[in-house]
Design a protein. Sequence first.
Lengths: 275, 48
Amino acid sequence: MSSVGAASPQTAQAADYSVSSRGTRLLGVFILVSVPVLLLFAFVFTEADDTMEDAVRLLYIHVPVAVLTYVAFSLTAVGSVAYLWKRSRWWDTVAHAAAEVGVVFCGLTLVTGSIWGRPTWNTWWEWGDVRLVTTLVLFLVFVGYLAFRSVPAEPETRAKRAAVIGIIGAINIPIVNRSVEWWENNTLHQQSSLTDGQLEDLTLFTWFLGTVVLGAIFVWLLITRFRLAWLEEEIDRHGLVTALEERRAESHVGVEAAVGGSVVGGFQDNPGGPQ
Amino acid sequence: MTHLGYLIAGWSIGLGTLAVYGWSVARRAKAAARHVPADRRRWMSAND
């Protein structure tokens, strides 16, 4: 990792490199308190299901992470469209951060769903299930998006191409979501339980609580990942500027030595700083 | 309680992954912040 430049003595004295803020610290406290409460509701206060028995308790984490996967990749699409429209580095960073958090949540959707499927459907995975396969495709597309973003390139070109991939990848979201209705004969998944009115109030509440708690974790991760992406890009852009300055200085020294004259002019710093 | 092994595996993988990922992101961000002067660390607080 290249360095933009040394921090000033005053800032070095303060030596506070944490990227947390008052808001993220409060969110962190809320998460630490609410996770044990969610576990109490998921494992103690709610009853086992007549059909799934206690395996239903896995759905209190599986369904919220699936919903938040949709939110994350939708945010990537919104950020990508906004970047192409406004050419704003802020929106590109939002898209990048949401994609990485989305990949984590999508991976967890696949894993927790597979662990739930084994005792319920007697299988870890079913290639004939449209929702499973489309979710896997969604996961792989955004893993590809992140891989593309890690390839060294000029920041604006990379952001533009990543935005196109982000928008194309998000087209799969409604397909995943509606697959159970569109291909009802090609899925082990049941249709939405939330709308059929057969769930007990406490089950519904625990699902809601799970969505709130995991939603808080999602927001904390998104903000922190955004800040990391912003800092990384700062290093990328200014690391490049530093390298160009060094190369230019070297070539000027070479020209000076060849013609015996003086070097006139300097390098303009910071063409790609924060907007 | 039935399916206890699946329940422990599902919840511990879920919450454990999020905890490890969160810790990793915060640690990487702190390391990155060392290379960026304070005046260039925008969007790091609600005041930006």
